[in-house]
Design a protein around this ligand. Structure first.
Ligand code: PMT
Length: 231
């Protein structure tokens, strides 16, 4: 299959030195890309800013200072983006040639309305109010382009995990959603492991605490089975 996978956070700039973002390290999305490539799938990985070694460096044990915007290694092309708008543009650009999309990225939901061209000075102020605007919802924006492609989303929740996951599965027109309670020990952001439940319209599969690579393998098993059964 040709898979489009997103990973990491987005950064929404406030001025040349500050941004709004979140705790995503990219580990879950990169684990999916590495597992999919090892199975022989062709992967386009759209990555927000992460501090992980790139897939090709990780494979060779090298740490590279240089991060080209588009790089490729065996079965993986990496496209680096910064903001939610950039990620939407990259996903749109690569969607037509993919069979399935996995949105593991933690896309920032809000961006500052105004981006200062110069560093904002503190002055004597003790408080400051930021005006924020919604970023595009990538999955909702591309839903009309879905056709026969399989779409998999993630749900990062702190409460009402099951209800929220099922709502997002429906509202974002997904084939599968992978829910993680990001407050559970060993799950969610930054850590090497995850504890997830995979939902489709008819079932839910609760997985034990696993390495992110093993979670990725289980997600790919489900994706390949759906592809084979034609849904
Ligand atoms: O990167 P790690 O440190 O390894 O952490 C992994 C993770 C916690 C980031 C990952 O497992 C995860 O849960 N990713 C999804 C995070 C998220 O943004 O969840 P959400 O419930 O806010 O969004 C639901 C779905 O909509 C996600 O597939 C998301 O990519 C997508 N989305 C969200 C916002 C937006 N503007 N556009 C979107 O398409």
């Amino acid at each position: 299959m040709r898979l489009l996978i997103t990973a990491g956070p987005t950064r929404e700039p406030l001025d040349p030195v500050r941004f709004l973002s979140n705790r995503s390290s990219g580990k879950m999305g990169y684990a999916l890309a590495a597992a999919a490539a090892a199975r022989g799938h062709e992967v386009t990985l759209v990555s927000g800013p992460v501090a992980l070694p790139s897939l090709e460096d990780a494979a060779s044990g090298r740490i590279s200072e240089k991060r080209p915007e588009v790089a490729s290694t065996k079965n993986v092309q990496i496209v680096r983006v910064v903001t939610a708008a950039d990620m939407l543009a990259a996903v749109k650009q690569h969607l037509a040639t993919c069979d399935a999309l996995i949105m593991a990225a933690a896309v920032a939901d809000w961006r500052p309305v105004r981006v200062a061209r110069r560093k904002m000075k503190k002055g004597e102020a003790q408080t400051m109010t930021l005006e924020l605007k919604r970023t595009p919802d990538i999955l909702k924006t591309i839903a009309p382009l879905k056709g026969q492609k399989l779409f998999i989303g993630f749900a990062a929740e702190t409460h009402n995990v099951r209800a929220e996951a099922k709502r997002k599965l429906r509202e974002k027109n997904l084939d599968l959603i992978v829910a993680n309670d990001v407050t559970a020990p060993g799950a969610g952001f930054e850590v090497e492991t995850n504890r997830v439940t995979i939902f489709d319209a008819h079932s839910e599969e609760q997985l034990p605490l696993l390495s992110k690579r093993d979670v990725a393998e289980r997600i790919l098993d489900r994706l390949e089975a759906k592809r084979k059964s034609g849904r």
